[in-house]
Design a protein around this ligand. Structure first.
Ligand code: FES
Length: 408
């Protein structure tokens, strides 16, 4: 090999090393920026993931939605300023407050309110109806929280919220017409579902049946009119049960009376629908079983009740006094009590005996009252909205089958 050839080999080797080094550097740079993108993606995902426990929200604004001034929307933005996780229309927020009971003692109170609009990254909206307090004395009467919101929660107020939850959501079958049936304030999750369906399943046939006493109780009227004008596949039937003079002829009244299967059969003669129902206990108790009988398939009817044990009668199960009382032991509280069958659920039973159990929806939807069963079994007056792990139970919709021991 000549000196010239040797010099050529050395130069070629050096050049190859330089090219290799540049290639490695470019590759590393690419990898690093790729990791950065993944990290950013992870950070973005974390910032919009559902949070655990409570998160502080500030009331941005509040608007009455009805002429009767009984239903008020609250717009809630996170105090930490981070984007909100997405939710499915039909889900609810759990609110935790501390309020004075009838004895003036401050107690934690938990309630669930449906989200009343589809997802917005900046703020959540819930629409709360003022519930008149019952005449009889009660430590934490049912209207306490809604009254607190109406009377004291104003722009700037801070409330503590758990992340959106619930399984009362639209199916992903755009080929099947969806029938949304709302009674009173039951419109809140169904209005959100209608908005989501029209945005995400624009070709789906959506029927909204909305029952109220008179037009003063109608909410989201302008928005519903705009949706109807914009989407020919969105059909609205407003049903007034007690119309004021002149309201029957008004454009926002399609019929009078109550929403029942006869009305649905007249309006939806072809069948083959999926039904979503949310309304007060009497409506749920009559409509849900009748719809199931008409639809044939159990899964074709989905519902969310508001108020405790709303569907107890719909499921044809009711609390029955027992000949022989059962023993229910709350082991952590150190209490052993007699269950005589006069209560409709274990949550009411525990509270009546002064045992504090955290609760939210009181209707088997939020999981707040989920408790470990140490011994025994529980049956449900109404089917919980989600599967419960073995060895656990929901006290708000559960009753004991025999002697029972709970870790509470
Ligand atoms: S309180 Fe919500 S599931 Fe029992």
């Amino acid at each position: 090999m000549t000196a010239l050839a040797l010099l050529g080999y050395i130069s070629a080797a050096l050049l190859a090393q330089v090219v290799l080094a540049i290639a490695v550097a470019i590759h590393r740079k690419g990898s690093t920026s790729g990791q950065g993108t993944a990290a950013n993606r992870r950070r973005d995902a974390a910032s919009t993931a559902a949070w655990a426990g409570l998160r502080a929200f500030r009331v941005l604004r509040r608007d009455y939605e009805d002429d009767a001034l009984s239903q008020c929307s609250f717009y809630l933005e996170p105090v930490d300023g981070r984007p909100l996780p997405p939710y499915r229309a039909g889900q609810f927020l759990t609110v935790q407050l501390e309020l004075c009971d009838a004895q003036g003692i401050i107690r934690p109170v938990t309630r669930c309110y449906s989200l009343s609009d589809c997802h917005d990254r900046q703020a959540y909206r819930v629409t709360i109806k003022r519930i008149p307090p019952p005449a009889d004395r009660h430590d934490l009467p049912p209207g306490l929280v809604s009254g607190h919101f109406h009377d004291h929660v104003v722009p700037g107020s801070i409330v503590q919220l758990r992340a959106p939850a619930g399984s009362f959501v639209l199916d992903g079958e755009p080929g099947v017409p969806a029938v949304l049936i709302a009674g009173g304030v039951g419109i809140t999750p169904l209005f959100a579902m209608a908005r989501e369906a029209l945005a995400k399943q624009p070709d789906r046939e959506i029927h909204l049946f909305y029952g109220v006493r008179d037009s003063r109780e109608l909410v989201f009227e302008a928005a519903i009119d705009a949706m109807r004008a914009q989407h020919p596949n969105f059909h609205v039937t407003i049903v007034l049960s007690n119309p004021a003079p002149g309201e029957v002829e008004a454009p926002n009244c399609q019929t009078t009376g109550f929403i029942d299967v006869a009305l649905l059969k007249r309006t939806l003669p072809n069948g083959g629908h999926h039904f979503y129902v949310c309304g007060p206990p009497p409506m749920m108790a009559s409509l849900v079983p009748a719809l199931r009988a008409w639809a044939g398939a159990h899964d074709a009817v989905r519902y969310e009740a508001f108020g405790p044990a709303s569907l107890a009668s719909a499921e044809a199960v009711s609390a029955m006094p027992l000949d022989q009382p059962l023993t229910v032991r709350f082991s952590r509280s150190g209490r052993t009590l007699s269950w005589t069958g006069e209560e409709t659920n274990l949550l009411d039973f525990a509270e009546r005996h002064g045992i504090d159990i955290e609760s939210g929806c009181r209707s088997g939807s939020c999981g707040t009252c989920e408790t470990t069963i140490s011994a025994g079994e529980v049956r449900y007056l109404q089917r919980p909205s989600f599967d419960i792990a073995a060895g656990r139970c929901l006290l708000c919709v559960g009753t004991p089958i025999g002697d029972l021991e709970l870790d509470a």
